[in-house]
Design a protein around this ligand. Structure first.
Ligand SMILES: [Zn+2]
Length: 594
């Protein structure tokens, strides 16, 4: 690996008109490579460009803390002075709300405006006022953008770069230069981008980041251009790739192979259009495949947790098939594979999933054989070795149910209930009673032309009759849709007996219509995801009627919640002494009109 050492600027000197804010203290813990290799995260700046992501300031602090846990070297927090929320983020970070152990906080901004001095430009001043010890300056490096978008001369653009970098360095900041549209510009005019880089380095910038802003590059082009630029300049180079050819990760790896020692990525590849280079895939590839220890100890094994937590903060469902960190990244479907995996997991995985904090999920499908069921049960903490007869029954049940439209692939909790029921009934010879038994439910949907102004004319109401704790309880609830009403009525009926169910939240609801065979009606499959105390589980229901399918999944969700944390077979299945029902909670946020 080549590292062109250009040295860090020395802090302290101050030029006239500047705002000298003491930068916060970075780097108490660092990767084995130290400053020789930078993992630079821009989830909070470039990643936040993705449609649908809106971070509050508190979210931004939580995101930065997670990235710091992982051990990245730099966290670009936003554009102070241009975005009020970013200005506030830096102010709160500086006031002590953000305590970074590994990372240095980075402010992002543009070079000064044409015709101004850097010291007079309020946007440059805001970068200093942010208190961030590091600044990434974005500069035009494609001469066509200078003339057509910036509407200034190529020479003035060079002066803007050099003046702004010198001003920031003079105020004790470390400066990285993002060369926007570098690759496209380099193909059009091989010299202009290099003159921009030279202006920055001469003024004190210590990394020149080559950006594939339009994301149109392929790995062999990136590698070639990075090699040429390195040979022609000797500058320390970084890489920033958008994913418009689905090559952002490959392009980043190619640039490192060609000598770049600074990689800019976003968590889970969040970013505008097709996204950015995914931090987790880049780090996984660099550390595991290329042997570069770019994170401190423990960082790699923390990837799954951090990836999922960041998805929650972005309010985006985690991509189950994401490389390295997806919950299915090491999943195997076929029964044939499963029996071999049991013998030697390494034969069927490109690495030991625990190295990145993942594990080897085994999907339960119509192809499930005995080995799949045993492995899946073990993953859930149930040993089936001593119950060979139960394994046979479970396999049969799974096969017949999946033929009828059930799917346990995404419904671990329903699968666990099935296994525990089979084990318990195998021991006792009788079906184990649930914690509550249904007598009946009824759902009414009404569309009233006489609804009050501002209220939806369509209302839903559900009545549930259940036996719980030796009592018969009847409850009625309204909801924004029939499933929501049913959920509220059921919880209301059982929460008096089981107050712990109050903390269970329904976090997602999915419906799929499965086509029927010739001459038969279609079937509805419902998946319900529930959560409590950071744990999430999914249950499934299947029926021709969407309400009944939903009911099944809702009941499984609550029964599973009652058994959670207890490895005992049959836990959560025993009714106790009755109390009166308490409050109703309206969950099912994802249910919409259901
Ligand atoms: Zn970008």
């Amino acid at each position: 690996m080549t590292v062109s050492s250009l040295g860090s600027p020395s802090p302290g000197s101050s030029s006239p008109g500047s705002v000298a804010v003491p930068p916060t203290t970075p780097a108490l813990r660092s990767s084995p490579l130290g400053d020789a290799f930078h993992v630079f995260d821009t989830t909070l700046r470039d990643g936040a460009q993705r449609e649908g992501i809106t971070y509050s300031v508190a979210d931004k602090i939580a995101v930065a803390t997670l990235l710091d846990d992982l051990g990245v070297g730099f966290i670009e927090g936003g554009w102070p002075g241009a975005m009020p929320k970013d200005t506030e983020f830096f102010a709160r970070a500086r006031s002590g709300e953000l305590n970074l152990r590994t990372a240095s906080l980075v402010a992002f901004g543009a070079t000064r405006k044409a015709g101004l001095r850097a010291a007079q430009d309020p946007q440059v001043r805001a970068l200093l006022e942010s208190g961030a010890p590091v600044v990434t300056l974005v500069a035009k490096s494609d001469v066509r953008h200078v003339e057509r978008a910036l509407r200034t001369t190529p020479e003035e653009n060079l002066a803007m770069v050099s003046d702004t970098v010198a001003h920031l360095v003079g105020n004790g900041r470390r400066v990285f230069l993002d060369c926007e549209h570098f690759f496209d510009g380099y193909r059009f005019d091989r010299d202009y981008g290099l003159r921009v880089a030279e202006a920055a380095v001469t003024a004190g910038a210590d990394v020149v980041v080559l950006c594939d802003t339009n994301g149109g590059m392929l790995p062999m082009w990136v590698e070639q251009i990075v090699i040429e630029v390195r040979e022609r300049t000797g500058f320390r180079l970084g890489i920033h790739c958008q994913d418009d050819t689905s090559c952002a990760v490959a392009n980043t790896v190619a640039a490192v192979q060609a000598g770049a020692t600074h990689v800019q990525c976003t968590a889970n590849g969040y970013g505008e259009r097709a996204g950015n280079a995914d931090l987790f895939a880049v780090v996984g590839n660099l550390m595991i495949k290329m042997g570069l220890p770019v994170l401190p100890d423990g960082g790699l094994a923390d990837m799954v947790r951090v990836s999922h937590a960041l998805a929650e903060l972005a309010n985006i469902t985690p991509n189950t098939h994401q490389a390295y960190v997806g919950s299915s990244a090491f999943s195997h479907k076929a029964g044939l594979h499963a029996s071999a995996i049991k013998v030697d997991p390494e034969l069927y995985n490109h690495l030991d999933p625990t190295r990145v904090g993942n594990d080897m999920h085994i999907l339960i499908t119509e192809m499930a054989g005995r080995a799949s069921v045993e492995l899946k049960a073990r993953e859930l903490g149930i040993e089936l070795d001593e119950h060979p007869e139960a394994v046979g029954r479970i396999v049969d049940t799974v096969k017949s149910r999946e033929a009828a439209g059930w799917s346990y692939e995404a419904a671990d909790a329903s699968f666990e209930l099935l296994v525990r029921d089979e084990l318990a009934s195998g021991v006792t010879g009788v079906q184990v009673p649930r914690a509550f038994q249904l007598e009946s439910y009824r759902v009414i949907v009404e569309n009233s032309v006489n609804s009050a102004p501002g209220f939806s004319p369509v209302t839903s109401e559900a009545t549930v009759k259940v036996h719980v704790g030796g009592r018969r309880i009847i409850t009625t609830a309204e909801g924004n849709g029939p499933v929501n009403a049913l959920d509220s009525a059921l919880r209301s009926a059982v929460v008096g007996q089981f107050p712990e169910l109050r903390e269970v939240e329904l976090v997602d609801y999915k419906v799929r219509i499965l086509a029927g065979n010739a001459g038969t009606d279609s079937i509805t499959r419902v998946l319900v995801s529930s959560a409590r105390g950071g744990r999430e589980w999914t249950t499934v229901g299947v029926h021709a009627n969407v309400i009944e399918a939903s009911w099944q999944a809702l009941v499984d969700a609550l029964v599973y919640a009652l058994g959670q944390g207890s490895a005992e077979v049959g836990a959560g299945l025993d009714p106790a002494i009755g109390q009166s029902p308490a409050s109703t909670r309206a969950g099912l946020t994802g249910a919409g009109a259901l």
